[in-house]
Design a protein around this ligand. Structure first.
Ligand code: NAD
Length: 503
């Protein structure tokens, strides 16, 4: 198999493999393979030392046929158009997999926030909103946090959008602080959504949490919250890491203690190590050893959870992975080449578009609350999240079973990855393409109001799914598509918009 080098290339490879199994027209294929709009602008911000810097910024709007575009904004030195396109595409599949009436988008700014002050980050966040304000809004495109962006940044962005547009728009962005229009439960939603799937899987496979050793790569919002949930439920967390490395203990680690030291020292290894210098005596006493991020993925465990970056399980290490299950809490952690190897080795993968969809699901709840003026209790958020995640999990399992059945009859290669996930999502999404409805500028307000009301996912039988996703979404077939003002400091220098009109 030739190696695919870019995140978008990897997405297309997975999508093609999925579409092979579906009888879809080339027009539908084409719609699913291209973003509707790629917006790129360079934003200029004055840094603390007075220097003016230009930062490449992106908003990719992949598909909005099922509802307003939805997707986070990432601040990262490696964020580029290809990566943002891949992440936007995953969002379009993800919102379809969990059956929420929204489309898929993603944003990014190419810079390293670790080397920026809080004032600089605020200036960049406000400049981003000014650059893309005409494309954003509660009815058109609703951003959220992603890697290196947080509730404070969402609050600045909402504030800037309201200033620019002169409107009250709590539903223009999600992941806000609860005191500024956020939803209870949004901070833990990604981990909790994945946790509900793990619980269900353990029950189906008659596994006792006490017999399940877990390794988690990444100890940020997704990874740390997952560590707490699993630890509290009786699982043994044997390994964790962050960008500076990791620690491993056969006897199990305590996430509360790790979090305390991470807060104090900036690293999960902080209790034992300062940079590369470690207190070997203390490590021996606690039966803990230091591991690299590469080594962490190959530790003996039953459940491996990549919760940091993409492209970490590759053809190089897939043969060495010892886990029985992989839950992809990060977006795109497994390459297609690695996927084929894991498949042969009968390692079960719960893909990102299902595993981490809890975040966008509660973002959707936040959007609903922003539009209706309601405030849901934490209990309501959790129980609705559980229902949505388990409905999606069951639909994906059914799609995977039929896929395996079809494959056996056609002697296709095995695929243990829950490809039913992409299959289920793509089936939902192909209806988007087939329907080609006019959500273009998000002006279908009556539809939006309806979405803010009853949004129950009406699971359909698999036969129905394979014939098309009609009737599964709210509204039935007819509607089945789906701080300080630093304006003078920052300005959009130039930019371009590519794309074709939304249909
Ligand atoms: P975060 O910024 O809060 O945390 C990222 C963590 O990864 C940090 O602990 C960081 O130190 C670690 N990390 C960075 N580089 C690493 C490396 N090379 N090796 C090991 N660890 C490394 O981000 P997050 O919100 O937790 O997101 C993590 C992943 O989950 C991303 O892929 C993101 O797209 C995905 N995700 C997050 C959400 C959400 O709601 N937060 C939702 C869906 C998907």
């Amino acid at each position: 198999m030739s190696k695919i080098k870019t995140p978008y290339g990897r997405f297309l490879k997975n999508l093609s493999a999925t579409l092979e199994l579906l009888k879809v027209s080339s027009a539908v294929r084409q719609t699913l393979k291209e973003p509707q709009h790629v917006h790129q602008k360079d934003i200029t911000v004055v840094m603390d030392d007075g220097e003016k810097v230009k930062l490449p910024s992106f908003r990719v709007q992949y598909n909005n046929a099922r509802g307003p575009y939805k997707g986070g904004i990432r601040y990262h030195p490696q964020a580029d158009e290809d990566e943002v396109k891949a992440l936007a595409a995953l969002m379009a599949i993800k919102t379809a997999v969990v059956g929420i009436p929204m489309g898929g988008a993603k944003g990014g700014v190419t810079f390293d926030p670790k080397h920026a002050s809080k004032r600089e980050i605020q200036a960049i966040s406000r400049a981003y909103v000014r650059a893309f304000a005409e494309h954003l809004g509660p009815d058109s495109d609703v951003p959220a946090p992603d890697v290196n962006t947080n509730p404070d940044i969402m609050a600045w962005m909402r504030d800037e959008f309201e200033k620019v547009t002169g409107s009250y728009a709590p539903a223009m962005i999600t992941g806000k602080p609860v005191s500024f229009g956020g939803s209870l439960g949004r901070d833990t939603a990604t981990a909790r959504g994945g946790f509900f799937i793990i619980q269900e899987m353990m029950e189906r496979e008659a596994l006792d949490p006490q017999d399940v050793r877990v390794v988690i790569q990444g100890f940020g919002n997704a990874g740390a919250n997952m560590a707490h949930l699993l630890h509290d439920a009786g699982f043994t967390i044997v390994g964790v890491s962050d960008s500076q490395g990791g620690i491993y203990s056969e006897e199990g680690l305590d996430p509360v203690r790790i979090e305390k030291y991470k807060r104090k020292t900036g690293s999960v290894t902080g209790e034992y190590c300062q940079g590369s210098v470690c207190d070997i005596h203390k490590m021996k006493l606690d039966n803990v050893r230091q591991v690299t991020n590469e080594g962490l993925l190959e530790l003996p465990c039953e459940l491996l959870i990549p919760a940091a970056l993409d492209n970490v399980i590759t053809e190089k290490n897939a043969k060495k992975i010892k886990a029985t299950y992989i839950l992809e809490l990060a977006n795109g952690p497994t390459t297609p080449e690695a996927d084929a190897i894991l498949d042969k080795r009968k390692i079960r993968v719960i893909p990102d578009v299902l595993a981490n969809a809890g975040g966008v699901t509660v973002s959707y709840f936040e959007w609903v609350q922003g539009r209706s003026g309601e405030q849901w209790t934490a209990e309501r958020v959790d129980s609705e999240l559980k229902r949505v995640m388990l409905d999606a999990y069951k639909a994906v399992r059914r799609a995977a079973q039929v896929h395996h059945h079809v494959r056996r009859h056609h002697h296709r290669p095995r695929s243990r990855r829950l490809h039913g996930c992409h299959l289920h999502g793509a089936v939902q999404t192909q209806d988007i393409a087939r329907g080609s409805r006019g959500w273009g500028n998000g002006h279908d307000r009556s539809r939006s109001r309806e979405l803010a009301g009853d949004h129950r996912h009406q699971g359909a039988g698999l036969d129905g799914e394979l014939q098309g996703a009609r009737g599964q979404f709210p509204g039935g077939d007819a509607q089945n598509r789906e701080g300080q003002d630093d304006r003078e400091e920052s300005e959009v220098l130039h930019g371009h918009v590519r794309g074709r009109p939304s249909r």
